[in-house]
Every structure is written in structure tokens, then in C-alpha cells.
Design a protein around this ligand. Structure first.
Ligand code: MMA
Ligand code: CA
Length: 247
């Protein structure tokens, strides 16, 4: 069919598989991110120092988002990070507290947590411990940590806390994922496809729109958008209107 008036296309393509390099391993159930746990040993780091250390692991990964402090977007990824922490050499036995820096923060706006390593993307999945985040006694707790151990009956291993910027962490977790091609944005509801809205001032046919999409990312097989479920449809609708984060 022909689309009349001002029209355009929504293009999408399937995100290619990420390859994990240099000590990073793939979380296998989602297959969306590579993770690495670094234990502090004698050199404990603050959240910000840990973020810098993750970013320094970027060798030849310019096409990816990260590495930075870990982004965690599903229970599968959370369980995987906990398993990595529990297998890490410096993990203390038993009940002592063991903190690992992960990538969320609410530095810009109190109570509004985002993933620092993925362009300020808001949290979709969370695993806060009971009562967290609490910005304990207005101490400006603006950065996230995962408990590697159960914490005296108040928190379970794998749960998250908001902590202070000056706290020295026992470990930190880095992650990265594939970036979408220029102009395309990741669907945050399933992280399997990248989308781009192309506006045209003239009338385009479905066929021309299809060719436009295919020309945009030829190697990745971009096509007129495939919309698989409700979350994706909502995401595409939001692309047509508002702007949030990119990549
Ligand atoms: C600590 C600190 C906070 C946390 C509370 C929970 C006393 O402060 O870890 O971030 O919220 O414990 O009791
Ligand atoms: Ca807290």
C-alpha cells in the first residue's frame, strides 16, 4: 500500500550475538551481556574508582556499550553475577558482609536510579534488599552495591543496596553488550532488536520504505520493523513520540 502525506518507516534488525573477551564471560540464558568480577584483594575501590577500572578494560570493543560497571536487567543476569561473585577467589566465608559495586546510581536525581554504563538508562529490573534503597539517614547514598553474602538476616546474597560514594567495595562487577548501529536504539523490553524511525517529507511506498531500511544496515539485515510483543509495540510507540536514552 502507499502511505499518503508525511510518512516514513520504522526499521529494525536482530541484535547480533555479543562475543566476550579477556576474562569476560557470557550470561548464557539471556545471552545479552558479558560480565567480569574483579575482587579487591588488598586494593579496595570506591564505586567511582571501580567504574573507571571497568572502563579501562575496553580493548578493541569500541563497537560495544561498555565495558563499565555492570548493568543487570533480568533475574537471570542477577543470578549469574552472584554466581561469579561466589566463585571469586577473595570471597570471605560465612556471614561477613561482602559488597560488590554494580552500575546503578541516583546521583542526578534522588530516587531516580539509572545504569551509568548504558547512557543513563533507567532500571527496568531491580533486586533491592528489603527497605532499600533508603539513602540511609540522608547520607547521600547514591551508588549501588550487590551483597555477595547474606547480611545478618537483613539481606540475602544477590540483593542490592544503595551505598555511599566513599564506601570501599570488596569487589566490583563490569559488563558490556553490543551497541545498536548508528541511529538505532535498543528495545529495552527484550533487548533482542534495534529500532530506528525514519521520517520522510514525501509519500513513500511500503516497498521503498523496505529498501530504505535494508540500505541502512545491510550487513545486519535491517527490515521494516518486526514487532513481536506488547512491550516492543509500546517501545516503538515511544520512539515515534518522546525521546529517552539512546543506544
Ligand atoms: C547501613 C548501610 C546502608 C543500609 C543500612 C541498612 C547503617 O547503614 O549499609 O546503606 O541501607 O545499613 O540497615
Ligand atoms: Ca542503603
Amino acid at each position: 500500500p502507499t502511505m499518503y502525506g508525511r510518512s516514513g518507516a520504522i526499521c529494525s534488525y536482530a541484535m547480533p550475538a555479543v562475543t566476550c573477551e579477556e576474562g569476560f564471560t557470557l550470561e548464557p540464558l539471556r545471552g545479552e551481556r558479558c560480565f567480569k568480577v574483579v575482587s579487591a584483594e588488598s586494593n579496595k575501590k570506591t564505586w567511582a574508582e571501580a567504574k573507571t577500572a571497568c572502563e579501562a578494560l575496553a580493548t578493541g570493543k569500541l563497537a560495544d556499550v561498555g565495558p563499565s560497571l555492570a548493568t543487570i536487567t533480568s533475574p537471570e543476569e542477577n543470578a549469574y553475577v552472584l554466581a561469579l561473585l561466589q566463585g571469586s577467589p577473595q570471597k570471605p566465608p560465612g556471614t561477613s558482609e561482602y559488597w560488590a559495586a554494580i552500575g546503578c546510581e541516583d546521583t542526578d536525581e534522588e530516587g531516580s536510579f539509572t545504569w551509568a554504563g548504558e547512557m543513563g538508562r533507567p532500571l527496568s529490573y531491580t533486586n533491592w534488599a528489603a527497605g532499600e534503597p533508603n539513602s540511609w539517614k540522608d547520607k547521600d547514598e547514591n551508588v549501588c552495591a550487590m551483597f555477595g553474602n547474606d547480611r545478618h538476616g537483613t539481606a540475602n546474597a544477590g540483593e542490592w543496596n544503595d551505598a555511599t560514594q566513599i564506601q570501599k567495595m570488596d569487589a566490583f562487577v563490569c559488563s558490556y553488550r553490543r551497541a545498536c548501529a548508528e541511529g538505532f536504539r535498543l528495545d529495552p523490553t527484550n533487548e533482542k532488536r534495534c529500532y530506528r524511525v525514519v521520517h520522510k517529507e514525501e509519500v513513500v511506498t511500503w516497498f521503498d520504505a523496505q529498501l530504505d531500511c535494508q540500505a541502512m544496515v545491510p550487513s545486519k539485515g535491517s527490515d521494516l520493523a518486526t514487532v513481536i510483543h506488547k512491550g516492543e509495540n509500546d517501545f516503538v510507540m515511544s520512539l515515534l513520540g518522546a525521546k529517552s536514552y539512546s543506544a
